[in-house]
Design a protein around this ligand. Sequence first.
Ligand code: COA
Length: 290
Amino acid sequence: MPTLDQSYVTKGSWRPDLFKGKVAFVTGGAGSICKVQTEALILLGANAAIVGRNKEKTDAAAKELEGLRPGAKVVSLSNIDVRDVKQLTEAANKAVQELGRIDFVIAGAAGNFLSDFTHLSSNAFSSVVNIDLIGSFNTVKACFEQLKKNKGAIIFVSATLHYYGVPYQIHVGAAKAGVDALSNALATELGPLGIRSNCIAPGPIADTEGMSRLAPGVIDQVASKVPVQRLGSKQDIADATVYLFSPAGNFVNGEILVVDGGAWHIGQGIAGAGYPVNVKRNQESKTFKL
Ligand code: COA
């Protein structure tokens, strides 16, 4: 079931057809956050191509997205691994073949799990860096000609984990720090071509794969630590996305828009009350991964 419906347009802050004639290319577009970002763009008139590894999941999401607005076109590009720039380039070419152009790129494909340093293998670390960071780079590579032609815009889905030291998230923190650096440098290099590059850094967002992977069983506790006293919603991230792609965001370039209710200013992250005992327990356990 889609999270948003027509009331997003009729009662929301955005005018109908804001993105009419535009096309979005979204990696991770079947995933919890990026799918709702895409929903907002579709409801506001855009068409989209969503990229994923899993065929069933990606096809089902594309079908659902297409049903959101009469006349909407959504292309499912599955069996694509963002670590492979060739696969992504073929996907971008297919999107252009089917939808005519690409204006907006969301690099949202990501991998995550909880692991302390002693149990995080070198291969595990590089898997996440390859998906999150190299995958983001590859996405822009694959879409560059279209972005240049259409004076498009890029949004990277980042995080706040690297603003301070968050245990169990060495791999993701390192990858997302790289994503921020990538976006900032692209903003300066591609700005003269008319292409804007920004990041959205979501905090704890309800009903997402990230929250269920990273904070199982302690979601209420996490919400109580957020200054605005709630978890974020996927619509909060969709709204930030619309802002950055809309004419309202036209002069915003090289920005990292944190959407977290002020959570990262409090620190602690997912270490929670058990820190540092939980980390020490892991370090003392007998298995050590290279
Ligand atoms: N703790 C520690 N290490 C882990 C792990 C965990 N929970 N899950 C996977 N790994 C390790 C594997 O053991 C492997 O390392 P090894 O070869 O040294 O044993 C390495 O990570 C790669 O795992 P593999 O499953 O082969 O890689 P993959 O490319 O198929 O998967 C992941 C990538 C690991 C990021 C996987 O979790 C994934 O596909 N995630 C996609 C969805 C997702 O994470 N979404 C979250 C969005 S917030």
